[in-house]
Design a protein around this ligand. Structure first.
Ligand code: MLT
Length: 389
């Protein structure tokens, strides 16, 4: 029985896809797989039984992905599954920043007991007026599953859109509107755009991506939107930019104690992907990725191992080996199998950074002695065999 723990409540649409050979457990120490949304896993003790973690969402900054890779625990996310929810939130963010819609709503509430509110509105509304999105310049930093959709949607709204992404995924590039202008240097996007929205993962390379220098380059009075993660923006520099009015408004889905009371912040309680549709899509994708890995050894959408698949199990046995990406690993594995008289019917091997993964479809089961010899090869991290039922 495969034991799955849900560290956050997940949509039933996903959980109901778990077959009878899976059970939901409460105890991490026995788990085969973890399903998680935002629970912080950084300080959890991960058991030897754990094969994989599937994050129902895009950001994985709550998961120790390098430590997991070292242990052969494959971490998945669900790119694109909640993208439309985030896109709609970002468009809403631009619209509520363009005029003082929040201030206006609060003003109406505060004056709701006044007599003849209708005429009072007409006298006072000017203070909440603003500008339109049509014809304004939007800079999208990061053109992944969310970023390219925002760029396309903004083109539809009549904005002039600039995109910056030195690592744009091929699939996203194919789907990007030809009207989006390609920017090679972040600086050029910062100094030109009226609205800037960030869509990159948070990691040691992107932390404080928008720092003092970046704020200095901004067009005066620009509006910054952050629906990705708070630490992408340097908060000292943010405070300064808001005070000096270099930055007109900061729209963020990640309020924290430091910034929540700053003037000209529109802070939203991490609602980017909080739609029924996004939650269902993420849960379904996370469960499918986890199942395909546990049952077939296939990897799709991992953030610490390469994508690698031989499809559904057809041969009697599939051998799955997670290993270091170092010379002669495949040579050692195939020679060992060959010397023991095991025929490889099919195989695939992929690498990603320091790590690699190989699948071998075998014509017959392999004895424990061979498995142990594979485990003993220097650089091998995790070995599993999967048998046809
Ligand atoms: C994501 O990372 O996918 C979004 O921030 C939404 C979420 O955390 O659930």
């Amino acid at each position: 029985m495969n034991k799955i723990i849900c560290l956050n409540p997940l949509s039933i649409e996903g959980l109901q896809l778990l077959p009878k050979s899976y059970e939901i457990v409460e105890d991490l120490s026995q788990a085969t797989g973890v399903l998680v949304r935002s629970a912080n896993m950084k300080d959890l003790k991960l058991p030897a039984s754990l094969l994989a973690i599937a994050r129902a969402g895009a950001g994985v900054n709550n998961i120790p992905i390098n430590q997991c890779a070292e242990k052969g625990i494959v971490v998945f996310n669900t790119p694109g599954a909640n993208a439309n929810g985030v896109v709609e939130s970002v468009i809403a963010g631009m619209l509520i920043a363009a005029r003082d819609i929040v201030g206006g709503i609060n003003w109406v509430k505060a004056n709701s007991a006044q007599k003849d509110i209708a005429s009072l509105v007409e006298k006072n509304k000017k203070q909440f007026s603003g500008t339109e999105l049509l014809g304004k310049k939007l800079g999208v930093i990061g053109l992944g599953a969310i970023g390219y959709r925002i760029a396309n949607a903004a083109i539809g709204l009549g904005m002039e859109v600039y995109g910056y992404d030195p690592f744009i995924p091929v699939k996203c590039a194919w789907n990007l509107s030809r009207h989006v202008k390609h920017v090679d240097y972040l600086e050029n996007l910062l100094k030109n755009c009226d609205y800037i929205t960030i869509h990159v993962p948070l990691n040691h390379k992107t932390e404080k991506l928008i720092n003092k220098e970046a704020f200095e380059k901004l067009k005066d009075g620009a509006i910054l939107l952050n629906y990705s993660r708070d630490k992408l923006v340097d908060e000292d520099a943010l405070e300064e930019a808001l005070e000096s009015k270099k930055l007109r408004k900061y729209v963020t889905d990640f309020p924290n104690d430091r910034i929540v009371n700053l003037k000209n912040i529109i802070a939203i309680p991490h609602l980017g992907a909080s739609t029924e549709e996004a939650e269902d899509n993420c849960a379904v994708m996370a469960v499918e990725e986890l199942k395909d890995y546990i049952d077939n050894g296939n990897i799709t959408n991992s953030v610490n191992y390469p994508d690698c698949s031989l499809g559904a199990l057809k041969k009697p046995v599939r051998l799955a080996v997670a290993h270091k990406n170092i010379p002669n690993m495949l040579g050692k594995l195939t020679v060992l199998l060959g010397n023991k008289g095991v025929n490889i019917a099919d195989m695939i091997s992929k690498s990603r950074g320091e790590y690699a993964y190989a699948l071998f479809d075998l014509d017959r089961d392999i004895p424990l002695e061979i498995l142990n010899s594979i485990k003993d090869i220097d650089g091998v991290i995790k070995v599993r065999t999967l048998a046809l039922e």
